[in-house]
Write a protein that binds this ligand. Sequence first.
Ligand SMILES: C=C(C(=O)O)c1ccccc1
Length: 361
Amino acid sequence: NQALFQPYDLGPITLANHIVMAPLTRNRAGAGLVPGELAATYYAQRATAGLLITEATQISPQAQGYQDTPGIYTQDQIDGWRKVTNAVHAKGGRIFIQLWHVGRISHVDLQPGGTAPVAPSAIRAETKTFVNNGFADVSAPRALELQEINGIIEDFRKASANAIAAGFDGVEIHGANGYLLEQFLKDGANQRTDEYGGSVENRARLLLEVTAAVIDEIGAERTGVRISPVSPANAISCSDPQPQYDYLAEQLDTLGIVYLHVVEGATGGPRDVAPFDYDSLRRRFKNTYIGNNGYDLPLATAQLAQGKADLFAFGRQFISNPDLVERLKTGAPLAPLNPETLYGGGAAGYTDYPSLTETSQ
Ligand SMILES: C=C(C(=O)O)c1ccccc1
């Protein structure tokens, strides 16, 4: 049925349909970590999505963990993103930017002054990142001092103001996939003994303080949060996720954010990686719930009909199908993506995937 392709009100904005383009790192930022010159074309090609969410974008130099990912903390970066939002809005699209701090998933070669990456605790993740055109083990992090925490909250606040100045319809706070804010949420990475660790409330504190600061700056109706309760992405673990995320969902509901974006299962992997009750989040968080990870048309249609989610985020399928909405709507075949051109490079594997109308010419 066509329920997925009906308009949807997301706070003050109306989306053309229930299909969201999930955040996708492409490592194609230019000098000064401004969006690449093809970024406006890439996002505009996909503007038929009800909502676009940009690739993860760092809030400060310390927040960078991979080569050539864009920032939103300098005027040049704001100006670069303005080209993207103008191009998307010219196509009638809507776009949020994902605000990112990688925490311990970084390398000294990317860190200001070649210093150690920061984290809730000095626990290195058993994973790699991409620097100097190659994969390298992430560097051992240092634990953030208590007096550094406010600076990070202010970096998120300033980045959200910059996002609105760049023309975005809103921001998504990246609280998922083993990055800084999730490092605080999950006890595998957070073994602090101050008010930011040691209990469900304390581990959620930083994400909630960041969210409150962003809401204070740009408003709750333009603020979303992404979480990944049971994902092992970037070598993170959580011994008891259900109470941790039930509490978080209640608190985010109280703060009034416009949406909660949930990676269901392992990011880019199996949905049933671990038992978790997503309906429990849905009952506690009353505003818009975006379901993500491994969706296809039948599953999204069924989940919508059962009221388990409001919007559905597709990642990889949007890479190779700029007109994914049209293809889902008409049952047209989906083009496969080329994994060789996912990260880094130029137009190949980025802006050169044709839409159906182009291929038929
Ligand atoms: C920002 C990412 C995430 O959220 O997983 C990411 C980073 C590098 C490669 C793929 C994805």
